[in-house]
Write a protein that binds this ligand. Structure first.
Ligand code: NAD
Length: 498
């Protein structure tokens, strides 16, 4: 019998057990063993967390930038010091290999580092003498209590896209992590507490739709950041907007990688395999479609197959593993069903991940490579979110661009070529938020911002970086004058600037 850890919430600077009586199982995907039971918050529990965050905001909003910066630096050092431990917690519940989880932590940490410089971002604007003796200053004010609702596939990095800027700007935070892998968020809460953020400034409420829906309609939550699948992103955006909240909701993806005939085929194949099968394809920036233009197709498919065959799939804590399991049994079975559907629809199955054999009860699936995929196939249309790479063959660059135009998603894309003109045209015309030139996973650094286009985002602002600071603040313009009382008169005219 394995020990099952009760995972509650983190509210007011401490861990608190769930009281709703509802919980969901948490599994180690490498073994299929249940390791935890995560509490699913009731409306009352969400309300208590929001009240705690709201009370904390009354002080935190007036905290000095120096105090916030000091806590942020402490957090930076704590996350760095505990990176391997945090990565192990990610691996234990998500399944991705530990080295990949270390990469997730590193990319999350970038956002803490960005927020260490929050004073620079909050400097505002000042105009001197806009009229005689009149000055105007615009400052950016925090919103109040803000919430983040995050997906399973980056249980540390995606929360860290949100938390540092939100807190650095003077807000307090409620995080509702994925119920599939909540431990990383609870660990982050401990580190944030240890870093010196006051009690109640950062809170974790675990839960399902009940908790999310209460977040969406709680009057004291002023903004909601969401990352997850497109249907839920649409729901979050619509509901939170109707309830008068500021909202940014990032959705799913179907990322295409174009390979032109002049590309270095070995380089492109390395990139395609890394970007398609890293984290078992469970990345919103994973490459799921390779678009092989003209003569590139035959050598490219062969090179991708050759590299994929040698990948080592196994327990994420085994240093020899390059790819781990899927997050759940259902996810594994869903991806396997897409391989079957692709084959039935006429795709050529070059590699069938269902053939791979694994010991034990982990949610492992081998890598699949499907050639001759066409846009009408479900394996092309849907976000599969697993180790399945489809190859679409097209005769020309223009045909490849039409695929991008017609696709409802616009998260990431990449081109592999040695032709600078073609690459430039690609950047100019791709209807996609994040574009890579010979870079398969173009996740921007933390001092830029992350966001797709089309059905990959429902929001005017992208996430983190400068856009994140704008999202978590509202401008206030202050007009000041210190007149000589002896010159003062009554004037009913609209104020003019002279
Ligand atoms: P998901 O949409 O199932 O869940 C995301 C969050 O929403 C979770 O916290 C979950 O508890 C909550 N949720 C789920 N169903 C809900 C409902 N009916 N009502 C209210 N809340 C609900 O996504 P997931 O499976 O955890 O994550 C994978 C998805 O996230 C993929 O589609 C992936 O592309 C996307 N993703 C996008 C980005 C991006 O930046 N665009 C980044 C990471 C992941």
């Amino acid at each position: 019998m394995h020990e099952i850890i009760e995972l509650g919430h983190f509210v007011g600077g401490r861990s608190v057990p769930g009281t709703s009586g509802d919980s969901a199982p948490v599994f180690n995907p490498s073994t299929g063993v249940q390791t935890g039971a995560v509490s699913l918050a009731s409306v009352d529990e969400v309300d208590h967390a929001v009240a705690t965050a709201h009370a904390a905001w009354q002080q935190w909003r007036h905290s000095s930038i120096a105090a916030r910066t000091k806590a942020m630096f402490n957090l930076r050092n704590l996350v760095d010091r505990h990176a391997s431990e945090l990565a192990a917690k990610i691996t234990a519940e998500h399944g991705k290999v530990h080295s990949d989880a270390m990469g997730e932590v590193a990319r999350g940490l970038e956002n803490v580092e960005f927020a260490c410089n929050i004073g620079e971002m909050l400097k505002g604007m000042h105009s001197n003498q806009v009229s005689s003796g009149v000055d105007v200053t615009t400052v950016r004010r925090p919103l109040g209590v803000v919430a983040g609702i995050t997906p399973f596939n980056f249980p540390a990095m995606v929360p860290l896209w949100m938390i540092p800027n939100a807190l650095g700007c003077g807000n307090t935070f409620i995080l509702k992590p994925s119920e599939k892998d909540p431990t990383s968020a609870l660990f982050l809460a401990e580190l944030i507490h240890e870093a010196g953020f006051p009690d109640g400034v950062f809170n974790v409420v675990n839960g399902d739709k009940t908790a999310v829906d209460r977040i969406l309609d709680h009057p004291d939550i002023k903004a909601v950041s969401f990352v997850g699948s497109t249907p839920i992103a649409q729901y979050i955006h619509r509901t939170a907007s109707e309830n008068g909240k500021r909202v940014q909701a990032l959705g799913g993806a179907k990322n295409h990688m174009l390979v032109l005939p002049d590309a270095d085929i070995g380089l492109a194949a390395d990139a395609a395999v890394s970007a398609a099968f890293g984290s078992a394809g469970e990345r919103c920036m994973a490459i799921s479609v390779v678009v092989a233009v003209g003569d590139a197709a035959d050598p490219l498919v062969e090179a991708i197959a050759e590299r994929t065959r040698t990948l080592t799939i196994g327990d994420g804590m085994d240093p020899s593993s390059e790819m781990g399991p899927l997050v759940t049994r259902e996810a594994r079975d869903r991806v396997a069903a897409y391989v079957a559907a692709g084959a039935d629809a006429g795709a050529t199955v070059v590699l069938d991940g269902r053939d791979a054999q694994f010991d034990g009860d982990g949610y492992f699936l081998g890598c699949s490579l499907l050639d001759d995929v066409t846009p009408d196939m479900s394996v092309y249309r849907d976000e599969v979110f697993g180790p399945l790479l489809g190859v679409v063959r097209v005769p020309t660059f223009d045909d490849a661009m039409k695929l991008l135009d017609d696709n409802p998603y616009g998260n990431g894309t990449a081109i592999f070529t040695r032709d600078g003109g073609a690459a430039r045209q690609f950047c100019e015309e791709a209807p996609v938020g994040m574009v890579g030139v010979n870079v398969p996973i173009p996740v921007p650094v933390a001092y830029h911002s992350f966001g797709g286009w089309k059905d990959s985002i429902f929001s005017d602002t992208a996430m983190y970086g400068p856009e994140g600071v704008r999202f978590y603040t509202k401008p206030q313009a202050i007009t000041t004058r210190w007149p000589d009382p002896s010159t003062s008169t009554v004037d009913l005219g609209f104020p003019r600037n002279d």
